[in-house]
Design a protein around this ligand. Structure first.
Ligand code: ZN
Length: 131
């Protein structure tokens, strides 16, 4: 983990390492609050500001990516390659969509002098009322 942080230009302090162990160990989606709760449950004394600052830093250095699921809620993803998601607005759960399951067959004309950099689809879901 230390090497991974150093490889992205992040100085591995004890708290950054603790956070990295939780979020970079396996593919996962999480909010800053969920991460803070996990750290505290594990007995870590860590401030909310430290969690936010560390997530910001990890994100800027390409260790994780931000997924803006709605205007007031930011989630983080340990998978940094572009991919598609389901977002359950009721539970707050973000899940990956199998890339073979979704195909974008047509794009609108792009604004002048631009090119598509990537397409990421976020499908908002909610529990069915009749289920
Ligand atoms: Zn994802």
């Amino acid at each position: 983990m230390t090497a991974q942080l150093l490889g992205h230009g992040v100085r591995p302090t004890a708290q950054r390492l603790q956070i990295a162990l939780l979020v970079l160990d396996r593919p996962c989606h999480f909010s800053a609050d969920q991460l803070l709760a996990s750290l505290r449950k594990g007995g870590q004394r860590v401030s909310k500001a430290t969690v936010y600052n560390t997530l910001n830093l990890f994100s800027r250095r390409g260790l994780i990516r931000e997924v803006a699921v709605d205007p007031v809620r930011l989630m983080y993803d340990s998978t940094t390659a572009p991919h598609h998601h389901f977002y359950n607005a009721e539970t707050g759960e973000l899940t990956d969509i199998d890339p073979t399951e979704l195909r974008v067959s047509r794009l609108p004309a792009l604004p002048r002098a631009t090119e598509a950099e990537g397409i990421e689809v976020l499908i908002r879901i909610r529990p069915r009322k009749d289920a």
